[in-house]
Write a protein that binds this ligand. Structure first.
Ligand code: PLP
Length: 426
């Protein structure tokens, strides 16, 4: 129904950087007199024209409330909403269309699972996370443990910034209820061995959740191959709209959850005294959804599929390899996480003994280079590494080696600008 002027119609035979970059209007921005170099994909990726157009087209012509009305616009909104769910189910190899819950983002999807298990977890149980989690995959489990008296355990890291899974039985045992692990660390870049961990969770009879916020759209992802019970991600980190995320789950795992939000559209029958719930997945989708965002997600999937996730992963690996080489030779720069690109996603966080991260990011912005500085919502990990914050460059389909060269040039300018030895990161 929604037509867009898709600029990438067919998969290019080779990596056609110019064609891909032409799809992203924001790349034409000039920031402080410099052509934008966007290296903040891990925070939010830019959006290509087909995704922007699909969202606008929905607003312009089909702006009804999904599931709520008996008129053409509401029917159309419902059709778009449910077909988007269907597309996600097919794309990520979900068990069924009922297995796909539409959420606000990855954070709300994890809260939905953690809160939904509040009546299943008790004192004496334990929940296992890792020491590299984003706050989104840490705090909901902390809160669940506080509420229920369960113990929170953390899988530690090796010296190279990978998960130490040499003896998972030290953490995952018969009392483990949930194992929740990042697919790709948003700070270290580490690609974690999810299948190995989910096998251990399965043997222990625990639920396994993978936080694929930094993986979906950046590498091939199959729910079934990962062997997990729950997978979450956000649309805005894979060229999709903001305000939209997904929870994919085994049907039986979804049935085990109690809803955490109540109201319109999630009910079956309501009296003044009590209520019963709609079937999955709708029982987890209380209130009016961000239909415009949902409507543009099929174009997001099409955009990624037209390029191909294998090719995207190969491209990001090539860029990250180049970035590791270029940054690695700068005296005083310390790269966080594994130096082997085979186990690293498309991001590099680092400290510089001369320039603190926030200053670095500010000077880089003056040079038109967008990166992120701070703890990246991973305070405990930074504390473990003995640093308050880091600078992170993160890549996507539009990234080029030239972007990395511009980053390095801007870093040199920042170092010259500061021209003094700070104690930071040394
Ligand atoms: C690994 C990881 N998990 C979860 C999130 C939370 O994503 P959102 O803010 O879209 O919910 C992020 C965001 O940076 C992330 O990097």
């Amino acid at each position: 129904m929604i037509m867009s002027n898709t600029s990438i119609k067919t998969a290019p035979e080779v990596w056609d950087s110019d064609l891909i970059r032409a799809s992203f209007p924001a790349l034409s921005r000039v920031i402080k007199g410099k052509k934008l170099v966007y290296l903040d994909c891990a925070a939010t990726s830019l959006r290509p024209n087909p995704v922007i157009d699909a969202g606008c087209d929905f607003c312009r012509m089909h702006d009804g409330n999904p599931h709520r009305g008996m008129h053409a616009l509401s029917y159309e909104a419902t059709e778009v909403y449910e077909s988007s769910r269907d597309d996600v189910s097919r794309w990520l190899d979900a068990p069924s269309i009922k297995s796909v819950v539409i959420t606000r983002n990855a954070t709300s999807a994890i809260n939905l699972v953690a809160g939904g298990l509040r009546n299943k977890v008790k004192k004496g149980d334990n929940i296992v996370v890792t020491m590299m989690e984003h706050h989104a995959n840490l705090i909901p489990w902390q809160q669940l443990c506080k509420l229920t008296g369960a113990e929170l355990r953390h899988i530690p890291l090796t010296k190279t910034g990978e998960l130490d899974i040499s003896d998972l039985s030290r953490y995952i045992d018969k009392n483990t209820k949930v194992v929740a692990v990042a697919h790709v660390s948003n700070v270290l870049g580490t690609i974690n061995p999810i299948k190995k961990i989910s096998d251990a969770a399965y043997d222990a009879g625990a639920y396994m959740l993978v936080d694929s916020a930094q993986a979906v759209g950046h590498m091939p992802v199959s729910f079934k191959k990962l062997g997990v019970d729950f997978l979450v991600f956000s649309a805005h980190k894979c060229y999709g709209p903001s305000g939209l995320g997904f929870l994919i789950a085994k049907e039986e795992a979804l049935y085990a959850l109690d809803p955490t939000e109540y109201g319109g559209d999630m009910i079956e029958y309501v009296s003044f005294e009590d209520s019963t719930w709609a079937d999955i997945p709708h029982r987890f989708e209380a209130g009016t959804a961000n239909a415009q965002a949902v409507a543009s997600f099929p174009e997001t999937i099409r955009f990624i599929e037209n390029i191909g996730t294998d090719k995207i992963r190969a491209h990001e690996k090539m860029i990250v390899t180049y970035a590791l080489e270029k940054l690695g030779v700068i005296d005083g720069i310390k790269i966080l996480g594994p130096l082997d690109p085979a186990v690293r996603g498309g991001l590099v966080a680092f400290t510089d003994s001369l320039v603190p991260p926030h200053d670095m990011s500010t000077v880089l912005d003056m040079e038109g280079v967008a990166v992120r500085a701070g703890h990246h919502c991973a305070q405990p990990l930074h504390r473990l590494l003995g640093i308050p914050s880091s600078t992170r460059a993160s890549f996507g389909v539009y990234s080029t080696k030239n972007d990395v060269d511009e980053l390095v040039k801007a870093i040199e300018i920042a170092r010259g600008f500061f021209g003094r030895r700070s104690q930071y990161g040394t």
